[in-house]
Ligand binder design. Structure first.
Ligand SMILES: *Cc1c(COP(=O)(O)O)cnc(C)c1O
Length: 317
């Protein structure tokens, strides 16, 4: 429906987790978006297929975005830009915070995605820790500087959460519908295009689409509703979702966004030791910790799909 650059190998694999299914008394499956075959995997590859096509259509030469320094989006955007001869400029902070920095040990600004960004030629500008608003300002200033130097610039919001990004996950939901039927789909949710797209794909069905939040702010459901309006405008449909149409759980964020949690670390170890699969400490590990705990409470049951959104390079940060 929209122009698309080919980046990922789809459909991504879906398979059963036999050992953890037995442990939890669930019929548990995993959707392997960690195995997209693109730039070390992750959910951002799907969004980028549409977003890079859009950038190419506008004739831009430079893409400017922002994120946490260990952003998985910046890494995958960097790869997509490199493949198409575009410069990728990114504003980053080690720990952007809405309510002031915490006292917890966060991720390193070395290793992990930062190494990969460097290999890809991403122009990563790392600023002193501050608020998300401050980070967006840094990105706007970088974009303005490029424009003043005569470059044609395309700006992409944090995490690639645009209506096109949500559209990519509407399609991803349809991809899963061809692979199997589920009572629950559970995944890590943050900037919202994954959850917005999947929730649209399953709207009006019996399947429950549950985002385990990686950010502590319940207001993000309002942002998702806004994204839904953008998605509806894009595809010319009428009925957007409202904030309370999104099934979200905020109990497994741990200390803060971007800070590993003890439960998340345990979940990472369990998934590796029982199934030989790596999760990440910021998103998928926390989400899987949430899934296990909700399954133990009997709140999530039946045939369940855990959507692995990637992030594995962050294990090295
Ligand atoms: C970005 C990201 C998410 C969250 O996806 P959104 O569409 O931004 O909500 C989850 N997991 C991983 C590993 C990510 O990199």
């Amino acid at each position: 429906m929209f122009p698309k650059a080919h980046l990922i190998q789809a459909p991504t694999p879906l398979h059963r987790l036999d050992r953890i299914s037995a442990d939890l008394g669930l019929d548990l499956w995993i959707k392997r978006d960690d195995l997209t075959g693109f730039a070390m995997g992750g959910n951002k590859g799907r969004k980028l297929e549409y977003q890079i096509a859009e950038v190419l259509r506008t004739g831009a030469e430079v893409v400017v975005t922002c994120g946490a320094v260990q952003s998985n989006y910046i890494r995958q955007l960097g790869a997509a830009c490199a493949m198409h001869g575009l410069r990728c400029v990114a504003a980053a902070m080690r720990l952007p915070y809405e309510y002031g920095p915490g006292d917890y040990p966060g991720l390193s600004d070395q290793g992990g995605n930062v190494v990969l960004d460097d290999i890809l030629g991403v122009e990563l500008h790392v600023y002193e820790d501050g608020t998300w608003e401050r980070l967006y300002e840094h990105a706007a200033i970088l974009a303005q500087k490029e424009r003043l130097q005569g470059a044609k610039v395309h700006e992409i919001p944090i995490g690639g959460s645009s209506p096109l990004g949500a559209y990519a996950f509407l399609e991803a939901g349809r991809e899963l519908q061809k692979q199997g039927e589920f009572d629950w789909i559970v995944f890590a949710s943050s900037s919202g295009s994954t959850q917005t797209g999947l929730t649209h794909a399953y709207a009006g069905t019996a399947t429950k689409v549950l985002g385990i939040a990686s950010d502590p702010e319940p207001e993000i459901a309002a942002d998702f509703a806004e994204l839904s309006i953008g998605l509806m405008e894009l595809i010319g449909a009428e009925k957007a979702l409202r904030a309370d149409d999104f099934l979200m759980n905020f109990d497994y964020v741990g200390p803060a966004y971007g800070i590993p949690s003890p439960e998340g670390t345990e979940a990472i170890q369990l998934m590796a030791r029982r199934e030989g699969i790596f999760l990440d400490p910021i998103y998928s590990g926390k989400a899987f910790a949430g899934l296990m705990s909700l399954a133990q409470k009997g709140e999530v049951k039946g045939k369940v799909c855990f959507w692995h959104t990637g992030g594995v390079p962050v294990l090295f940060a």
